[in-house]
Design a protein around this ligand. Structure first.
Ligand code: NAD
Length: 362
């Protein structure tokens, strides 16, 4: 197959992990006979420095025309003046909006071999396999904002259509998994949550009777994610609750650096990125964990290009690389055992090509 993939490295460790993702994509292309054209463009702080805009029109156009977008991360201390009117994060929010990526998928599957890095006891991690579906383009992050000398307000609003489409997507996903859906809201307090609950119940009853639905208040969900993470299968929720809960859930895997995400639209290109930020504290050192980005490549192959066999091959290669002890400092039990981003990447590339990971270590 032929596909064009937009690469947006961004800031901090973004370029380092994006390079790893690009190398894995190239290896998949070569090994499985696909032609992936990778086109790079600026976003975030790097784009502000180059052109004054965090999302230059050329970047937006490239992303709209591509089959999928792979992004590193944006932001950093250089651009974090709270008084600044132009900020790197605006680039990402505008891009999500321009691409219409309304559903953010975040799989949370702790690896038993990395349980020492998790703050939870290993027995609590047994059987944990959660996929969050976070609504990404509505709610309080996008509502009207007001500030005057007496106070400030942020409007949270959801239309019926915005809730319906993300709930349907979550139901479709549940059908491919254990068919259990938890819908998280704050229906005891918020009107938007009462609408969310009503619509979710209707869609599951009328269109997805095979899916078992449980409504859960966001405060209870925050607690159960720590106490009984294995009780969740697919979780669907609105933008802000999803933002907070997915960060909470991510730490149970041991490192932010492990986790991929896919942001999907209705038929347009998808946006794939690790869930971590630009990690300025380790940028430029060559030690960033690239697994989250490489696993985002697997999601890209699966959801945007329909290449399930290739997606599985990347996931199996990541597992093989972990088995071979290819762990960056955030995962390794001692610094002496830790390896660099480039070694992890070479190991995964080798495994995708059918070679042994330990050849990459040698
Ligand atoms: P962060 O995710 O960048 O870093 C948090 C901690 O996790 C740091 O100690 C970092 O070293 C570590 N870490 C993160 N990714 C890692 C990886 N791949 N390998 C090893 N360690 C890793 O979050 P932060 O420090 O709160 O934010 C830093 C900057 O990133 C800020 O400017 C923030 O706005 C931005 N940010 C961007 C995104 C995005 O682009 N999607 C998301 C979150 C934060």
């Amino acid at each position: 197959m032929k596909a064009t993939i937009a690469l947006l490295p961004g800031d901090g460790i973004g370029p380092e992990v994006c390079r790893a993702g690009a190398e894995v994509l190239a290896a998949v292309g070569e090994h499985y006979g696909h032609s992936f054209e990778l086109r790079e463009a600026a976003i975030g702080g790097a784009a502000i420095d180059a052109s004054g805009s965090p999302l230059p029109p050329a970047t937006e156009a490239l992303c709209r025309d591509a089959d999928a977008v792979l992004l590193g991360a944006v932001g950093g201390p250089k651009w974090s003046d709270p008084q600044a009117t132009v900020r790197p994060e605006q680039g990402l929010l505008r891009l999500r909006h321009a691409m219409g990526v309304f559903a953010n998928l975040r799989p949370i599957v702790p690896d038993r071999r990395l349980s020492a890095a998790s703050p939870l006891r290993s027995e609590l991690l047994e059987g944990v396999d959660i996929c969050f579906v976070r609504e990404l383009t509505g709610g309080i992050y996008f509502g009207a904002k007001r500030r005057d000398s007496n106070g400030a307000s942020d409007v949270c609003s959801y239309s019926v259509m915005e809730i319906e489409r993300v709930v349907r997507l979550a139901c479709e996903l549940a059908l491919t998994r254990k068919r259990r859906l938890v819908s998280v809201d704050k229906a005891n307090v918020l009107e938007t949550s009462r609408l969310w609950r009503e619509i979710t119940s209707r869609i599951v009853t009328e269109e997805y009777p095979a899916v078992h639905l449980e409504h859960m208040l966001v405060d209870a969900a925050a607690m159960y994610l720590i106490q009984q993470p294995a009780r969740f299968d697919v979780v669907v929720t609105e933008n802000m609750f999803g933002d907070i809960l997915t960060d909470e859930a991510s730490v149970i895997t041991g490192s932010l650096g492990m986790l991929p995400s896919a942001s999907l639209s209705a038929g347009g290109p998808g946006l794939y990125e690790p869930i971590h930020g630009s990690a300025p504290d380790i940028a430029g050192k060559g030690i960033a964990n690239p697994y989250g980005t490489i696993l985002s490549v697997a999601l890209l192959l699966r959801h945007s290009l329909g290449l399930e066999r290739e997606a599985r091959a990347v996931e199996v290669a990541v597992s093989g690389a972990i088995d071979a002890g290819l762990l960056t400092p955030d995962l390794a039990t001692s610094n002496a055992r830790a390896v660099a981003t480039a070694q992890v990447t070479a190991g995964v590339v080798g495994l995708v090509r059918g070679e042994f990971a330990d050849r990459a270590i040698a």
